[in-house]
Structures are given as C-alpha cells and as structure tokens.
Design a protein. Structure first.
Length: 300
C-alpha cells in the first residue's frame, strides 16, 4: 500500500512519503471510528516504556466524529491479522535468507522492495527487531544499529505528533499544523515544536542526547522526547523554550549549567499539561498588558 501511495505521489498527513510505520499506525488508529484510547502503556522516569495489554486499555466512545465506518475498520483489522499469520517464522526466515543470498546484503528498503517477502515492519513485529531477524539467519551488519535507531526516532516523532494533537483535541483545544515548519499552533496563542533527542555513543563517551533537527526559534516551546540508550523507546520528556536549547545536544551533566535533569517529565500527558500551563500564563499576561494599555487616565 505504501509503494502504491508513494508511486502516485500521494503524501501522508505530514507532507512526507508513506512508510510502513505511518501506514500501520493510521490503519490501527481507533480515532477514525470516533474512539479515544488511553492507558496503552506505562513507564516510570529512567525506566523503559512498558506496553499494557489491550484488556486494560480505556476506550472513550464517541469522542470524535467518525470518518470511517466501524464495520469497515474492523474488517481491515481482521484482514491485517490474518495476513500476519500466513507465514510461519521458519518461512519468513527462509525467504529472508534467500534474499540475502540474492542481494549480498539486507536492509529495510531491500526487504520492502521484494514482493516475495513481508515488509520490514512485519519482521520487526514478529521477531522484535530487524537485528533479531538478521541474527536468526546469521547476518550481522555493522550499520544495523544506527539505522534501527534512526527509524525508531522517525517513527517516534510521527507518533508523538499524533498523540500530542489527540490529547489537545480531546480537551477541546484548536490546533493548526504547519507542514513546512512542523510547528503546532494551539488556540492561536502558542506555537509548539515536537523534537526527538537520540542517544549517541561516539568515541567511547557516555551517551549524549542529540537533536538532529534545527530548532525553530519562532516556537514558544519545544517538546523534546529523550530516547533510551538503544533508541527504541522514549525515556522521558522535556518542555523548554528554544533559547534553552542552545546546542544540538541536551545537557545532562550533573555539574553542567543548564542541564535538563530537573526538567524531565515521565509521560506525554505531563508534557501536554506543562504546555497548557504555559499557554494559560501567556494568555493571562497578554490580557493584563492589554488592560494596562486601555486603562482610562484620571482627570486633573
């Protein structure tokens, strides 16, 4: 499906090419049938994110106006589930090994370009990661860790934007998204940028968390998701004004001025709350300033 959409020049909701990550998220998103889903995962500060089983998810019916009929949505889920069960682990690995013999190397684009194999996302879903699938057939590319981490960061950025917007819309806030800048404007009052800080392990140093995207100084706030050391899951969040992000790395040293250690938040919900507190404070200051401007002067 992603190949067909990209081949026809149809971009996704962020103005980018479709990937297996964004397409799977769209197809499984219950927002399109009017539901809001909470409690899908939990994690504590400094620990890895843990997914909750579906039976403890909290679903809020009729939270939005549905744009997809429920019968069509669940039919798609049934087809998707059935397709994942067509091939056994052994069949998937044998086809992967045959592709390695044919191409001499493996990568996500090579897998996705082969019509005899499931997409790379299917291998990640079945075996936990491409690295584990490769290891099962005795293939150990040096570049895999870097590309796996980069792909997870991109997927995290897309998912964060969606979840951030969903949280705000659920509370009745209006949003405007600028595809060129990536800025999200909330209630025409506050501009927010979503960024991901990836763990780097250069030259045997302790991990450093770098933001590869340029920080837009027009933003009022930047919500930064700090990845774990494997760049697989979000470890914590930081909400800061652009002026605090003076370098491409988050400062985490205990004795480094301006470090973010005391500014970290455990969940995206807490990050949204911090943004809304900032917005309320900004609106209140603006109202007070306007009141002073138009206060009538006393006569002599």
């Amino acid at each position: 499906m992603a190949k067909e959409l990209n081949g026809e020049g149809i971009l996704n909701q962020f103005g980018r090419r479709w990937t297996s990550w964004t397409l799977r998220y769209l197809l499984k998103n219950e927002h399109y049938i009017g539901r809001n889903v909470y409690n899908r995962s939990n994690w504590k500060l400094g620990q890895k994110r843990q997914p909750n089983p579906p039976d403890v998810w909290i679903r809020s019916e009729a939270s939005f106006s549905p744009i997809v009929k429920p019968a069509l949505f669940w039919k798609a889920q049934k087809i998707s589930s059935r397709r994942r069960l067509l091939l056994s682990d052994r069949d998937m690995l044998e086809r992967l090994k045959a592709l390695l013999v044919e191409k001499g190397k493996l990568s996500a684009p090579i897998i996705d370009a082969s019509f005899d194999l499931p997409g790379n996302g299917a291998y990640i879903k079945r075996f936990g990661s491409l690295r584990k699938a490769y290891a099962a057939i005795g293939y150990y590319p040096d570049s895999l860790k870097f590309h796996d981490g980069r792909r997870a960061v991109i997927a995290t950025l897309v998912e964060l934007r969606e979840e951030f917007a969903d949280e705000l819309v659920a509370f009745g806030h209006s949003l405007a998204f600028d595809q060129k800048t990536g800025l999200i404007t909330i209630d025409r009052a506050v501009k927010v940028m979503i960024a991901v800080a990836r763990a780097n392990h250069d030259r045997g140093r302790f991990p450093r968390w770098g933001i590869r995207r340029r920080i837009d100084q027009r933003a009022d706030l930047v919500v930064v998701a700090r990845m774990d050391e494997d760049n697989r899951e979000v470890m914590s969040y930081v909400v800061l004004p652009p002026a605090r992000l003076t370098s491409s790395f988050l400062l985490t040293g205990e004795h480094t001025p301006g470090n973010i250690n005391n500014s970290q938040l455990a969940t995206l919900e807490e990050a949204v709350e911090a943004v809304l507190r900032f917005k309320a404070h900004k609106v209140a200051r603006s109202a007070a300033s306007d009141s002073k401007k138009f206060r009538p002067r006393r006569g002599n």
